[in-house]
Ligand binder design. Structure first.
Ligand code: HEM
Length: 379
């Protein structure tokens, strides 16, 4: 079986983490949904960031690296997911997540050595935030000590990839230096968060807000957003995500200042759903075909999850700030519907892609040899 064939079960493991994480989050928000285990309510963040994103990001990185040892990272993340979902062994799950993060960091280091660039260094720092967060959680017994680092794991991974492509926009040296300063600020924020959460939230908030503005100014998505079809879809969805990142910074400053109890939920999901999930929606049409070797065809329905996510998240944030529990529940339910719509939209793109790939009975799908290892092929 090729590496590509082995990626599907790993991706399925990641999707299991997403399902258990969403159900745990919905029950946490007071919606009556079935959960696989009641502990998933408290393990929501571990399932979402460690299980789902730990698997997907390390799988993509392993595919870029191309050698078997690199797959140790997604395998450990899936093993952690199975432990979180089916067994009552949170310490073992955290050890597996720390191991996954350690392998991911090693793989990212090896890739950096192949092509030492600023963006690959940012990816390396982002990767290292994953095991650091897991070990801090293990050592302190409290998730909050890990929260800043796990946000940085996702944000710096995405920002590093966007920085790679922003070079096509030829940002001035000053702009790149500013990017480095902002990346350093969010890492300093994560470290402060582990010791004094309000100070960490404030530093992280300033960093995230400014990084969002940097991406809105320098990301190539500003140019591609004007295009038609898939390119325009990716560009506009990226800009929407950058908008949420900017807003998350403001909400996080409000949280740090203790302005409203709901700001914790609002700030966290503005960045983790609004920014991070919008990035997933934008990149999926590029990443999944490369990872799994299945052709996908862009369709107008892909806009439904993008619109649903931002509309329901706006509802959630307004409800959080204004203290409207009923409206909050509606927003949270809408978030889950948006994620389900994304899965359906992706499956529809695969079906359409296959239909196009088998014109007149001839199979036009790319064969493993016709497809090089995936560089970070981002729109
Ligand atoms: C439909 C999707 C989601 C639902 C229903 C949901 C629900 C929730 C709820 C109700 C809370 C508690 C908020 C509080 O009391 O302050 C929460 C916290 C949190 N969520 Fe989500 N969430 C979702 C998506 C995500 C995603 C995609 C991520 C990460 C990528 C994420 C990461 C977190 C984290 C880190 C926390 C704080 C830790 C905690 O309190 O356990 N959530 N979520």
């Amino acid at each position: 079986m090729t590496f590509r064939g082995r990626r599907l079960p790993l991706l399925a493991g990641g999707m299991l983490a997403l399902l258990a994480g969403v159900l745990g989050g919905l029950l946490r928000a007071g919606l009556q949904v079935p959960v696989l285990r009641i502990e998933h309510v408290a393990l929501h963040a571990a399932l979402m960031i460690g299980g789902f994103f730990g698997t997907v990001i390390s799988l993509e990185r392993a595919a870029a690296h191309g050698r078997a040892p690199a797959y140790g990272a997604p395998v450990c993340a899936v093993a952690a997911t199975l432990t979180l979902v089916f067994a009552d062994a949170p310490v073992l799950a955290l050890l597996l997540l720390a191991a996954s993060g350690a392998v991911l960091t090693w793989v990212t280091w090896r890739l950096h050595l192949r092509q030492p660039m600023l963006h690959s260094l940012v990816l390396l720092v982002g990767a290292a935030c994953f095991p650091i967060g897991a070990l801090l959680w293990l050592a302190s017994g409290a998730f909050d000590a890990a929260l800043g680092f796990w946000i940085d794991f996702l944000v710096l991974t995405i920002a590093g990839e966007r920085l790679e492509l922003s070079r096509l926009m030829r940002p001035a040296p000053g702009a790149r230096r500013l990017f480095v300063a902002l990346a350093a600020l969010v890492v300093a924020g994560a470290a402060a968060w582990a010791v004094h959460p309000p100070a960490g939230q404030a530093l992280t908030g300033i960093g995230l807000g400014a990084l969002g503005l940097w991406l809105l100014r320098h990301d190539i998505a500003r140019r591609t957003a004007r295009a038609a079809g898939l390119t325009g879809f990716i560009g506009r969805t990226l800009l929407i995500g950058h908008g949420w990142l900017t807003l998350s910074g403001v909400l996080m400053l409000g949280w740090a200042a203790g302005l409203a109890p709901g700001l914790r939920d609002a700030a966290l999901h503005a960045v983790l759903l609004g920014f991070v999930m919008s990035m997933v929606f934008a990149h999926a049409p590029i990443v999944f075909p490369v990872l799994l070797g299945v052709p996908m065809r862009h369709h107008a329905g892909a806009w439904i999850p993008v619109a649903l996510l931002s509309a329901s998240l706006a509802l959630r944030v307004v409800a959080d700030v204004a203290g409207l529990p009923g409206v909050h529940k509606a927003g949270v339910a809408g978030n889950a519907v948006a994620l389900a719509a994304f899965v359906l939209s992706t499956l529809a793109a695969v079906v359409l892609g296959r239909r196009r790939a088998t014109v007149g009975g001839q199979d036009l799908r790319p064969t493993p040899s016709s497809h090089p290892r995936p560089p970070s092929a981002r729109g």
